[in-house]
Write a protein that binds this ligand. Structure first.
Ligand SMILES: *Cc1c(COP(=O)(O)O)cnc(C)c1O
Length: 329
């Protein structure tokens, strides 16, 4: 299978917003978009997206994980960017139609179909820097993706950086500009310290990396930052916290300082959470030029246990008691 995000299903679904209304969504062969060079998104970054997965079960049907929660998050992103807000049922229907059309292209678990709804402002007006885009394009593309941990769960090295990933205003918005903003810092950290990612900890507040949430996990506790506007509210994070509580872990959603982080990793596992990789083990931190191992530097047993609890639901090996799956087929 090709690298994550580089292979696409041959159809996508598109809807357009103009004159105050959305067009009926159309499923059609994947093609290039046609945008006017003055399109709002190209100048003023009016864009947001979602990322989540559908799985194919042994019964041949598809199951989309937390579809309605992702749709709701996309609506919140659109609101925060003053973009036209897609109707929840319409957007969910676009995703379901695409998954239905591509059922045969969903690889067997642990592989899956990654889904990427995207909303961009298309108003043709470079004078609209301080005005919302009254026209928009909404589309959903699908990408078959392999097992993230096919080569085993490689541990990550993170730079602990006492600076922000983005602004507080957009921290919980899944918008392109946030990734562009974090990129320079992350590239510099890779080059200088040989790390994989940057853990953003502005004002002594351990937040998240460029595209994943951060959790500390022991045999009986999961610690992660409480929800606020400074970071992206991951569905994987939320799912792991709910499953963790059911498995008997104490869930501590509270601020983590850098000192506490450095102190805790001698005994706690550290993980990044996100749709692409579920739970990635962190093996080391770099802080003030010093490398600090996370426990023995190896993936820990609690990560494996929690990841399995989540994947068992996604793959149909355990009952979905939370109503997280949308059946397609
Ligand atoms: C998408 C994303 C996450 C993870 O969210 P999930 O819903 O778990 O996939 C975390 N942080 C950032 C910045 C993200 O963009």
């Amino acid at each position: 299978m090709k690298p994550f995000g580089t292979e696409f299903c041959d159809h996508f679904v598109v809807a357009e917003y103009s004159d105050g209304a959305w067009s009926a969504p159309v499923l059609k062969p994947l093609e290039n978009l046609s945008l006017h060079p003055a399109a709002h998104v190209l100048h003023y970054a009016s864009s947001c997206f979602e990322g989540f997965k559908a799985y194919r079960w042994a019964d041949g049907k598809g199951r989309i994980f937390r579809l309605h929660d992702h749709v709701a998050r996309m609506q919140r992103s659109a609101v925060s960017l003053s973009l036209p807000v897609p109707d929840a049922d319409t957007l969910a229907g676009m995703v379901v139609d695409l998954v239905h059309h591509n059922l045969a292209d969903i690889p067997e678990p642990p592989a899956s179909l990654y889904l990427r709804p995207t909303l961009v402002g298309t108003l043709q007006n470079i004078g609209a820097a301080a005005a919302p885009s009254s026209e928009a394009l909404l589309f959903v593309i699908a990408s078959p993706v392999g097992d993230y941990f096919a080569g085993g769960a490689a541990t990550l090295k993170l730079l602990v950086a006492e600076r922000e990933r983005t602004t507080e205003q957009l921290g919980s918005t899944k918008t392109g500009g946030n990734y562009a903003a974090a990129l320079g810092v992350t590239l510099a950290a890779k080059e200088k310290y040989g790390v994989d990612q940057v853990l953003f900890c502005p004002n002594d507040d351990v937040q998240e990396t460029g595209a994943a949430n951060f959790l500390l996990i022991s045999d009986d506790e999961i610690i992660t930052k409480q929800l606020d506007t400074t970071f992206l509210h991951g569905m994987t994070r939320d799912s792991i916290l709910k499953l963790g509580a059911e498995l008997g872990y104490t869930i501590s959603e509270r601020p983590i300082t850098v000192d506490e982080l450095i102190d805790k990793v001698s005994t706690y596992e550290a993980c990044l959470s996100g749709t692409a990789a579920t739970l990635s083990p962190v093996g080391a931190l770099v802080h003030q030029g010093k490398e600090i191992p996370v426990r023995d530097g190896q993936p820990g047993p609690n990560r494996a246990k929690l990841q399995k609890a989540l994947q068992d639901i996604q793959y149909g090996l355990a009952t979905d008691t939370h109503g997280w799956l949308t059946e397609v087929g």
